[in-house]
Design a protein. Sequence first.
Length: 116
Amino acid sequence: VQLQAYGGGLVQPGGSLRLSCAASGSIFTINAMRWFRQAPGNERELVAAITRDGVTNYADSVKGRFTISRDNAKNTVYLQMNSLKPEGTAVYYCNADRRYGLSGVWGQGTLVTVSS
């Protein structure tokens, strides 16, 4: 499985941005897709996840503002981020959690900067 993340950029506080993560390869091995973020000096943290069955969960810090979704036809997962805050500035990574005991896969990060 290979993951390609894109969509980051500079956005003002209160603005919106949508990240995309396109998966290719052995898609059938993917159990869940997740978005993480890592701010400078901080550990990588889970932001949102969506399972094969479409069950979603979110970090408390983004509930009500972020939405994770997927387009199975395009093998793509999205992270719609609304009402962005400066503390949302981070490198965002997509991750595939896999079945059959296979190790997870990380995409390259995409930088989101929330600043006026």
